[in-house]
Each structure stands twice: as C-alpha cells, then as structure tokens.
Design a protein around this ligand. Structure first.
Ligand code: NAD
Length: 464
C-alpha cells in the first residue's frame, strides 16, 4: 500500500464511510466493494465447497489500521466474532509504529510430508537404503507438480528416522491400552521436504507422498501406511519483532518504564507455566486466526502448527539424524518473548510455523477472501505469513499491556455490552443506549439487558 495505514478516527466513521476509505486505499472495484457489503459467498458457491450445504454462516470483517511492517503500510483484514481484537491490534500497532514498526522474516515455504513404513525387517538398513535413493525419490516427487517446479518450488530434501511405538500410559504410569494390544514395532518415518511457494501445500505434499509410497515399499521391503503432511510446519517459520519506546507505553498513573517492566513480568508467567501459556498464546492466535479466516486460510492447520511448536521445548526443526528421535515434544510455553533493552524500551519477538497460501484452498475461491487478500496487498505466501506474525505480536502486546495495568475487563466489557444488548433483543439505536446503561450500572448481564429492552420498548410505544 503506497498510502499510510495510520488512519486517525477510522473507528468513528460509519460502516459505509469505513468501507469507502478502504476501497479507495486498496483500489477495490465496485463489485469488490459490494462483496464486502454482503454480496460475498453465494449459497451456490458454498455448495461447491463442502458437503451437505444448507446455507451461509457469516462473520464480521474488520480492518486493523496503523500497521507498519518492514517500512511498508498494511491494512489488515480480520474476520472474527470477538469484540476488542481489531481495536487491540490497531492500538498496539500504533504503539509499535512509534518505534519504527515491525520487522519480520520467514523461512522458505517448505512443508513436511510424512511417510510411515511398517514391517521393515532391518529398519537401520532401510534408512540407509532410502538415503541412498534420495535423489531419485526427490525427482519422483517433483514429477507430481511440474507447475510448482516451474515456479521455483518442488522437493528439497528427504530425511529418515526410526520411531518406536511406546504404548500409552496414564499419569501414574499404568498402561491405558486395552489388554492384548501388540506394539506396532519400529516405524521407519520419512520426511519429504517440499517447497510449496505460494500455496499452503497440504494437497501438494499429500500427492507427492502418495506418489512416493510404492517406490518406498520397493526400497525398504516394508508396508507404507500414512502418507500425509505434518502440521508441525517447523521448516516454515515466520518471525516478527518490535521495539516499543518506553514513553509511549505510559498509561493513566503508570509510567512507561513501569508498564514495560510489568509486561515482562506478565510474560514471565507464560514462559514458565502452561496454564498461562495457553491463554497467552490464545491471545496471539486471536489476531493470527482472524487474518487467516479473512484470507481463506486453513486456520485449523495454523492452530495445530502453533500449539505443537509451543510444546517443542527448544527442539529443532525436523530431524536430520537417521536414528535420533528428536521430534519428541516438551513443555508447552509462550510463542512470544518480551524483554526490556538497555535503553529501557520494550522488545517483543514472535516465531511460529505459518503454513499459509495465496493460491489454492479457499484463498482463490471465497469471494471475500479474495477481496481481503487484495486489501492486504501481499505478493507472496511468505509475505502473508510475516504480516500474520506481526499481527500476532501486536495482539499479544495489546493484551499484555491491558493485563499488566488496568486489566482487560473495562475495555472488553464495554464492547461485550453491545453483544449482550443484541442478544437481549435490542435493535438499531437501542443497542448503544442499552449497552451504555449496562456499563454505567456495572451490570453487563443478559437479564438486566432484557429488562431494559422491555422498559425502553414500552416507553417507545407509549410515546408513539
Ligand atoms: P491446492 O492443491 O488447491 O493448490 C496448490 C497448487 O496450486 C500447487 O500444487 C500448484 O500446482 C498450483 N500453483 C499455482 N500457482 C502457484 C504458486 N504461485 N505457488 C504454489 N503453487 C501454485 O492447495 P494446497 O495449498 O496444496 O492445499 C491446501 C488445501 O489442503 C487447504 O484447503 C487445506 O484445508 C487442505 N488440507 C489440509 C490438510 C492439513 O492441514 N492437515 C490436509 C489435507 C488437505
């Protein structure tokens, strides 16, 4: 985007005015603007996408403003039902802007496909044989997607390891399997590393793994069972970093340095306690999922990758050693890291796998996803992943700043009050009036909202 995403007062505009601003900035056509205004996915299009379609399920689409990433401005489309998320991202992005914006980076878009081989007589020898045939296997994989190869993608590497089947045990160490279950025996596990360029890559990688299976059986003398991508896409990490000048963090009676210190203290619990880390990471995913849904990504894949990565305990990327099983999980922890630098400024970083695409899946099928991608203006899947990492870090900062100072309930409940008013049956102007009363009374509850709806509607009838 050539113009600034810093749009003071954007939130005060009417819905139509906001849509007009975004359409102008993103160069949307009249029909693309109409898609935003409710002419999106049709029932007939939906019927082509999944099975047993009976209708459309819509979500609000908001735009987070103020994002400056690697010196470039972005308007961030976010599809989400939860209040406060878009406001939080926009607010945090404004703070980060004061420190020069986000800097981001990412790995090449390499996905992992897994092939599971059982009943191998000599697993060690099978691993050596597979590695001896590596270049032929990579060639075979490339043949499954010549278009992708012509675009610079394709098979990059093949690694092997042996995974033992250990029967599950309870927390007390007692076996939980039904009696008589035989261990599966050592499994030879192949990881096919495949560069998917601008695609998320699940279909691409699954096709390649299925194509390799017969040759893998020939080489190993074993029996292939699973041929499927791994959602722990740890070859495809995206990273974001921000430095927030302490003074811009000053808030109410809290000095900027105090807020920075409190944010680091709040982060320390997420770093050391899975109960807090789960909530901390949920806050990060509030932003990432909202962009994922807006742009038609497989957000379950993104979620699975993020949480598996959060449980890695410093374990490396996919195993390159033939025998060592280095993929065993560890303690679940924070995906982000926060500290204070020598100048007293707050420094945040985030790293996670982001298997996202701008071709394939729903990204080029869902009309609103296509418009959202145009608003975002990313040219590659890597750029999309980096923007999403920046949004996740912004969301984390917004939550930590509120939690470490006044708490999140005041801001959150004000927005929540509107939803309570709507749930109680309020419409039009009554929504704001009742939400305001609920907040003023400190009773943001459905029963009170229902009383107010009855009271105010009765008052309206009496005056009409
Ligand atoms: P896809 O097969 O629809 O599209 C990818 C194809 O697009 C590539 O194979 C390539 O031939 C072509 N292409 C054209 N231009 C390209 C470019 N610039 N870069 C890369 N490829 C280009 O989609 P996909 O991304 O392989 O698969 C994504 C879908 O798979 C999603 O809908 C997802 O929900 C689904 N899926 C996910 C899982 C999982 O996550 N576990 C499992 C199965 C399926």
């Amino acid at each position: 985007m050539s113009k600034s995403s810093r749009l003071p007062g954007f939130y005060k505009l009417s819905l139509e005015e906001r849509a007009a601003v975004v359409a102008e900035l993103a160069g949307l056509t009249a029909s693309e603007k109409a898609i935003l205004m409710g002419k999106g996915l049709s029932p007939a299009q939906a019927d082509q996408m999944i099975e047993n379609v009976v209708g459309i399920h819509a979500l609000p689409l908001g735009i987070a403003v103020n994002f400056l990433i690697n010196g470039q401005d972005y308007l961030i489309p976010m599809a989400i039902e939860e209040p406060s998320v878009v406001a939080g991202a926009s607010f945090a992005a404004r703070l980060v802007r004061e420190g020069g914006g986000f800097t981001t980076g990412s790995d090449e878009p390499v996905m992992i496909g897994q092939i599971q081989v059982l009943d191998v007589a000599d697993p060690q020898a099978a691993c050596s044989d597979l590695l001896a045939h590596k270049s032929r296997l990579l060639q075979l994989a490339d043949q499954t997607d010549p278009l992708l190869v012509s675009l610079g993608g394709g098979a990059r590497d093949l690694t092997v390891r042996i995974v033992e089947d250990s029967p599950s045990t309870s927390r007390r160490g007692e076996p939980v399997e039904p009696s008589g279950r035989r261990a599966v025996g050592p499994m030879v596990i192949i990881h096919l590393l495949f560069d998917c360029r601008d695609a998320m890559g699940a279909n691409t990688v699954n096709t390649a793994c299925e194509a390799l299976a017969p040759e893998v059986e020939n080489i190993t003398g074993g029996r292939v069972v699973l041929r499927i991508l791994s959602n722990l896409a740890d070859q495809r990490l995206a990273r974001a970093k921000c430095t927030v000048p302490a003074e811009v963090l000053a808030f109410q009676t809290f000095a900027g340095q105090t807020v920075a210190k409190r944010i680091v203290e709040a982060y320390a619990l997420a770093a050391n306690d899975p109960y807090r880390a789960a909530t901390h990471n949920k806050g990060i995913m509030n932003g990432i999922d909202a962009v994922a849904i807006a742009t038609g990504q497989d957000w379950r894949a993104v979620e699975a990758g993020a949480h598996a990565y959060a449980a890695r305990s410093g374990v490396l990327r996919s195993p390159l050693s033939m025998t060592k099983d280095s993929s065993k999980g560890g303690r679940y922890t924070s995906l982000s890291h926060w500290s204070v630098d020598a100048d007293g400024n707050l420094v945040g970083t985030l790293e996670l796998p982001l298997a996202v695409g701008i071709v394939g899946g729903a990204s080029r099928v869902h009309p609103t996803a296509k418009v959202a991608l145009k608003i975002l203006g990313v040219a590659t899947a890597q750029e999309l992943a980096e923007v999403m990492a920046a949004v996740g870090l912004a969301q984390n900062l917004a939550a930590l700043r509120a939690l470490a100072t006044e708490g999140i309930q005041r801001g959150h409940m004000q927005l929540h009050a509107r939803q309570v008013a709507i749930a109680a049956g309020a419409t039009d102007d009554l929504v704001e009036i009742i939400a305001g009363r609920l907040v003023a009374e400190g009773k943001i509850r459905l029963d009170r909202a229902q009383e107010l709806v009855q009271e105010l509607e009765a008052g309206d009838e009496a005056t009409s």
